[in-house]
Design a protein around this ligand. Structure first.
Ligand code: ACO
Length: 323
């Protein structure tokens, strides 16, 4: 038997307001046709009054706990991945902790932008297997709408708000064929900071700043890095692409998803796609897509699932698990 972190439940949350491409075309010089052709995005959700990264995160967490059949008091560790915290400090994870009514557990945020959920899950997995606790709540939550330049058509059409969560529990599982996280691989290369960044921050400008991106450069790096890290993580787990049942990728752009699947020789039907509905929700995109495919019955217990993501930094990573 081997001690592994098993996903017992997933959950997600979206803001009330849905914005389609036609509505965006009334705000900036764009069109439904351009956005769909270049990105596959048709709608996104935008947080309104009373909605924030932590309200969405808490709602997603409640759904994940419910699926797991656990109480908030069972949680030993909360890791929240976000680039859009409610406040510079305290960590948004502690705000979620309070909202869930948990008085004592480990709680902190992780900042790796679109790869944040992969980073948070890998940290949680290592902490659980290292004995820091038995049960972890891992969340990816964002309100990118609040750091978008709504006059910049090259970025504002690409992103949306939302949250996804997973409950992980350390369990002894059979070494062969057992459930849980089998391997993770993370990378970062800070030389590419300038290709995708926010032009502000508490210690530089003293302002929050807006998202800036060199889209074509990001695209090129994304396809190469994602295909590479998926191969790496499968190697570590002693598996090959033919063993994969589902890929749950970061939902940046339908063309990145197609190109990565092609590069790996995967059937596009094995790739979970939600970018059409949610757009790019940064750290929330992987857990939102995972929850979607679990709840609609595609991902079943025992399936081999690969999660992957890349984001600002650049940061990127992949994780292979038996659901
Ligand atoms: N509507 C209409 N026209 C637009 C829009 C828009 N929203 N945005 C840009 N254009 C115009 C440009 O101004 C340009 O016009 P020009 O030729 O007159 O100068 C033309 O469309 C082509 O622009 P490109 O930037 O070359 O378009 P491209 O085909 O590269 O698509 C896109 C842009 C969608 C951003 C693409 O580069 C991409 O998907 N990049 C990946 C980046 C990404 O997804 N980042 C998300 C965060 S990172 C991550 O999550 C991995």
């Amino acid at each position: 038997m081997t001690l592994r972190s098993v996903i017992l439940g997933t959950g997600s949350a979206l803001p009330r307001r849905r914005v389609d491409n036609a509505e965006l075309a009334t705000m900036v010089d764009t069109s439904d046709e351009w956005i769909v052709e270049r990105t596959g995005i048709r709608t996104r959700y935008v947080a309104g009054e009373g909605e924030s990264t932590t309200t969405l995160a808490a709602e997603a967490s409640r759904h994940a706990l419910e699926m797991a059949g656990l109480q908030a008091a069972d949680i030993d560790l909360i890791i929240l991945a976000t680039a859009t915290p409610d406040q510079t400090f305290p960590a948004s994870a502690t705000t979620v902790q309070a909202a869930l009514g948990i008085n004592d557990c480990i709680a902190f945020d992780v900042a790796a932008v679109c790869s944040g959920f992969l980073y948070a899950m890998t940290v949680a997995d290592n902490m659980l297997r290292g004995g820091a606790g038995k049960t972890a709540l891992v969340i990816g939550a964002e309100t990118f709408s609040r750091i978008l330049d709504w006059e910049d058509r090259t970025t504002c059409v690409l992103f949306g708000d939302g949250a996804g969560a997973a409950v992980l529990r350390a369990e002894e599982t059979p070494a062969e064929g057992g459930r849980g996280i089998l391997a993770s691989k993370l990378h970062a290369d800070g030389r590419h900071n300038g290709l995708l960044h926010v032009d502000g921050g508490p210690s530089s400008t003293g302002t929050v700043g807006k998202v800036r991106m060199k889209g074509q450069d990001v695209f090129r790096h994304a396809v190469v890095n994602l295909a590479q890290v998926m191969k790496e993580v499968l190697d570590v787990a002693g598996l090959s692409t033919s063993d994969i049942d589902w890929v749950v990728p970061h939902q940046a752009n339908a063309r990145i998803l197609d190109a990565t699947a092609r590069k790996l020789g995967l059937d596009p039907a094995q790739v979970v796609v939600t970018v059409d509905r949610h757009a790019n929700t940064s750290a929330a995109s992987v857990p939102l897509a995972l929850d979607t495919a679990v709840r609609d019955g595609r991902i079943k217990q025992g399936d081999l699932v690969v999660l992957e993501a890349m984001g600002g930094g650049f940061t990127w990573g992949a994780c292979v698990l038996r659901y």
